[in-house]
Design a binder for this molecule. Structure first.
Ligand SMILES: O=c1ccn([C@H]2C[C@H](O)[C@@H](COP(=O)(O)OP(=O)(O)OP(=O)(O)O)O2)c(=O)[nH]1
Ligand SMILES: [Mg+2]
Length: 179
């Protein structure tokens, strides 16, 4: 069993500041999953517009780890700011500047970021590396191929053009098969 507080030793991660004025990211509270990232560039996004913002931070994550760029809920709720690639994946081997691909999902209002604004949060996690073994048939399971609303509660996904294939997945993009 762990300690009562559940506190675990922090994982050491090497960090380079590519912009000396950027603060070293830090957890705001004990138990927080993410550290905030700031933009080093000002930007204004019209409704529906997206851009790639630099953070001035580069990492050397240990093997077996990855970092994920998530939205901040306050910005999302107030201004409709989301990550286009939610969440962005930073590989352990990536040594370049961490960038944030933001989109303004508000239908009416522009959003403006100033240099130094906190625009996203970074969550570092352990990730498994797997070996894929191709087989002709997969072992059975209770869920089988059911998905996309198969347990009810809301309308199952069905697109008039693509329909739903027998494996339970929406058959999107079948016209590109073999490409
Ligand atoms: O939000 C993000 C997503 C990615 N990256 C960086 C780190 C990551 O390791 C690299 C590649 O990301 P990804 O694999 O998602 O992009 P890709 O389009 O597949 O590029 P690549 O062909 O370089 O893998 O880009 C970021 O800085 N921010
Ligand atoms: Mg990639």
């Amino acid at each position: 069993m762990g300690t009562v507080s559940g506190a675990r030793a922090a994982v050491d991660v090497l960090l380079r500041r590519l912009d000396p004025e950027v603060p070293v990211p830090a957890y705001a509270h004990p138990g927080d999953a993410g550290v905030d990232l700031v933009t080093t560039e000002a930007a204004e996004l019209a409704p529906g517009e997206r851009t790639v913002l630099p953070t001035g931070i580069a990492l050397a994550l240990p093997d077996g780890y990855a970092a994920f760029v998530h939205a901040r809920s306050g910005l999302a709720a107030r201004c409709g700011v989301a990550m286009v690639n939610a969440p962005g994946t930073v590989d352990a081997g990536y040594r370049g500047e961490i960038k944030v691909i933001v989109v303004n999902l508000d239908p009416r209002e522009s959003v403006r970021f100033e240099r130094g604004d906190r625009i996203a949060q970074l969550v570092v996690q352990q990730v498994e590396r797997v070996r894929f073994h191709e087989v002709a048939e997969l072992p059975g399971s209770a869920r089988a191929a059911g998905g996309f609303g198969s347990t009810g509660g809301h309308a199952a996904v069905e697109t008039p053009s693509a329909g739903t294939s027998s494996n339970g997945y929406a058959a999107v993009g079948t016209d590109r098969e073999g490409q």
